[in-house]
Design a protein around this ligand. Structure first.
Ligand SMILES: [Zn+2]
Length: 52
């Protein structure tokens, strides 16, 4: 029962983005993607934001 709840929670946060390190699905956060397996984090790029 608890497992089902956890699964739904995971799906809600699933971004569909795959981790380049361990190839697991990454969780989508407000400003970044995070891999729950290896801890890899990738920041999202804000629209209109340029480094140069
Ligand atoms: Zn990973």
């Amino acid at each position: 029962m608890a497992n089902d709840k956890e699964n739904k929670k995971f799906k809600a946060y699933s971004s569909g983005k795959m981790c380049p390190k361990c190839n697991s699905k990454m969780a989508s956060h407000k400003d970044r993607y995070a891999c729950g397996k290896c801890g890899y984090t990738e920041f999202k790029h804000k629209e209109g934001e340029k480094k140069e």
